[in-house]
Design a protein around this ligand. Structure first.
Ligand code: COA
Length: 174
């Protein structure tokens, strides 16, 4: 159990964060645990596209993606994405944190806050997250945040040329 004080805010990304976003996101240890939509190497163009795509002012809808800010620095990202059609009462959550901030309990707390925000903000009754079977840190985060392991999908992922199982965690609105 970590003993660090968890001190951070969640707020929208903006272009002033670009240098930090690119510096922290350009990390194979992060990319290896995310879908291939997360680029590696991570370029300035990738950062600009990400920040502008999720600008809450241009989306005219409640925010879905937030920077994790610690000591005035955007050092990670967490998103909650409402689904469509028969899945419209669900939202998927995803996240990453800069490597130098790992192990302080930041993402566990960020997931808890995002769950609370999601149920309060969107018309949803279930939040879920997917983890590669190999990603023990993320599975621990989801467990500590109160989500339950719901399914293990055998060999559903191919990442870096290797088949992986996918673990699905969820929480139903209390
Ligand atoms: C997963 C990630 C977000 C965790 O963020 P974090 O702020 O370090 O997480 P926390 O400190 O809140 O909790 C991490 C927990 O995992 C545990 N952990 C870390 N590495 C582990 C490992 N290899 N095996 C088992 N447990 C591990 C920690 O000990 C801690 O649990 P504890 O509090 O019981 O000791 C971060 O590692 C990351 O960004 N990884 C790359 C991207 C990623 O995996 N995103 C999620 C995709 S589903």
């Amino acid at each position: 159990m970590n003993t660090h004080k968890v001190n951070f805010t969640l707020r929208p990304w903006n272009l002033d964060d670009l240098d930090n976003l690119v510096k922290f996101a350009n990390n194979k240890k992060i990319a290896d645990n995310l879908t291939d939509a997360f680029p590696h190497p991570y370029s300035r163009e990738d950062g600009i596209a990400y920040i502008t795509a999720w600008n809450p002012d241009s989306l005219h809808q409640p925010g879905s993606v937030f920077a994790v800010e610690t000591d005035g620095i955007a050092c990670g990202s967490i998103g909650i994405f409402p689904q469509t059609d028969v899945y419209r009462k669900n939202a998927e959550m995803g996240y990453w944190l800069a490597e130098e901030y790992w192990g302080r309990g930041i993402m566990t707390e960020a997931v808890k806050r995002t769950i609370e925000y999601g149920f309060k903000t969107f018309d949803i009754s279930r939040i879920f997250a997917r983890s590669f079977s190999t990603n023990l840190a993320s599975q621990r985060v989801l467990e500590k945040a109160g989500m339950k392991l719901e399914a293990k999908l055998e060999k559903s992922i191919i990442k870096n040329g290797l088949y992986l199982d996918e673990f699905i965690y969820s929480i139903i609105e209390p």
